[in-house]
Ligand binder design. Structure first.
Ligand SMILES: *Cc1c(COP(=O)(O)O)cnc(C)c1O
Length: 427
């Protein structure tokens, strides 16, 4: 499968049925798995043999879908989680603990900003937020002795800034820590961060990967390149025996390619239990089977809508990395030459009030806390997903109060533009 093109992997990677087996990935709707002897099962608990025993740790449906996502990202191992939030939390907490420090781009999803700046702070994990546009020197200055990870979003939700993945990876590696990239918006169809030096990739599969607004989910992919043992003092969880798992040292036993996901599964998923239901993994896989067909259409519609808005007299500005006028156009051309995603954000000249009036008038685009769906939807982030932020934090995150985020679905672009035009008329 590794020699095939990404479209073929979307359709077929992760699951190869044998003779007479189901063509579609079976939904293994079972909490537990049967063994003939206690010894057989004991080997699984000791990580001496691989196999299934309880679906909180591993389930065959989830594993097949995770393997597909690993193949799409060019990673070595992957796991599914119950949501994108769980994916980012587990990816960070797998290498951070009380007393650790994270360097994160300030331009990230509101939920992740909260997770890192509030909830993880209560666990004793500190963070320094840096501008996605930070210079090498500014980035370097953000690191501390206790820094354990660098975090950013390939295309930020909702600010649509594009991360300079190579620059962030260089800074992370110069300080002996991995770069974690949330690749939800471009998906591996349009950008593969591991190829640019990212170590861990996370996803809210709720978005384009599912693509139909059917199931909340997340995924973590390990590129298998980060040498944990070379920085053993920074990552004791991976490089010293885990007494809660019979003294296994993950980086020794599973190597660079397996340590991160094995620890994350056998320790964090065991203890925190944020598993994806096999039924949801099945829906996710249906989405993945057409991801390569859908993404170009989302991009085509996003580009057309962005161009229309940019030319409209009532629009103050448009963020869309596909526009040559966009601040992030050059980075987008480098990291995602086929286009980024279908999400466009813009501010009306009339500010927050005009935005609300405009959204009420839309007929095709529904007001939803969602993006990356087959159906076009829109939102005013400052009064919804980002409402916990102060004016200053909103500004730093690139989310002014009057910003409208529109996620272009798979409808005909002419109908979408006509809908926007009539709503703008009414403002
Ligand atoms: C939506 C989103 C998340 C959170 O994912 P959920 O599946 O809603 O928990 C994380 N990161 C990004 C970039 C997102 O768009």
């Amino acid at each position: 499968m590794s020699d095939h093109k990404i479209s073929t992997k979307c359709v077929q990677a992760g699951y190869t049925p044998g003779n007479g087996e189901p063509r579609q990935i079976p939904i293994i709707q079972s909490t537990t798995f049967k063994y003939a002897t206690g010894e057989d099962m004991g080997k699984l608990f000791d990580l001496e043999a691989s196999g299934y025993f309880y679906s909180r740790l591993q389930n065959p449906t989830n594993d097949a879908v995770a393997a597909k996502i690993a193949a799409l990202e060019g990673g070595k191992a992957a796991m599914l989680t119950s949501s994108g939030q769980a994916a980012n939390f587990l990816a960070l907490f797998n290498i951070c603990e009380c007393g650790s420090h994270i360097v994160s781009s300030s331009s990230i999803y509101g939920g992740t900003f909260n997770l890192i700046s509030v909830t993880m702070a209560k666990m004793g994990v500190e963070v320094t937020f840096v501008s996605p546009d930070a210079s090498e020197e500014e980035l370097s200055a953000a690191f501390r002795e206790n820094t354990r990870a660098v975090f950013g979003e390939s295309i930020a939700n909702p600010a649509l800034t594009v991360l300079d993945i190579e620059k962030f990876a260089r800074a992370a590696h110069a300080h002996g820590v991995p770069l974690i990239v949330d690749n939800t918006f471009p998906t591996p169809i349009n950008c593969r961060p591991i190829e640019w030096g990212a170590d861990i990739v996370t996803h809210s599969t709720t978005k384009y990967m599912d693509g139909h607004g059917a199931a909340i989910g997340g995924a973590i992919v390990d590129g298998g390149n980060f040498d944990w043992m070379a920085y053993a003092d920074k990552f004791p969880g991976l490089c010293t025996p885990d007494e809660s798992y019979h003294g296994v040292t993950y980086a020794e036993k599973f190597g660079k390619e397996g340590a991160f996901i094995t620890k994350c599964t056998s320790q964090l998923m065991r203890d925190l239990g944020c598993v994806q239901a096999p039924q949801n993994a099945f829906y996710l896989n249906l989405g993945l089977e057409s991801l390569h067909v859908r993404m170009p259409r989302h991009v085509e519609n996003g580009q057309a809508v962005a161009e229309f808005l940019e030319g409209h007299p009532k629009v103050a500005f448009v963020n869309y990395p596909g526009l040559p006028s966009d601040k992030y156009h050059a980075l987008a051309m480098k990291y995602m030459p086929k286009g980024g995603c279908g999400v466009v954000s813009f501010e009306l000249k009339g500010g927050r009030e005009a935005a609300e009036r405009f959204m009420k008038k839309l007929k095709l685009a529904a007001i939803e806390t969602h993006v990356a769906d087959a159906r076009t939807c829109c939102l005013n982030p400052a009064s919804t997903t980002h409402r916990q932020m102060t004016e200053q934090q909103l500004k730093e995150a690139g989310v002014p109060a009057g910003l409208v985020r529109i996620s272009c679905g798979l409808e005909d672009k002419e109908d979408l533009i006509a809908d926007l035009a009539q709503a703008l008329e009414a403002v």
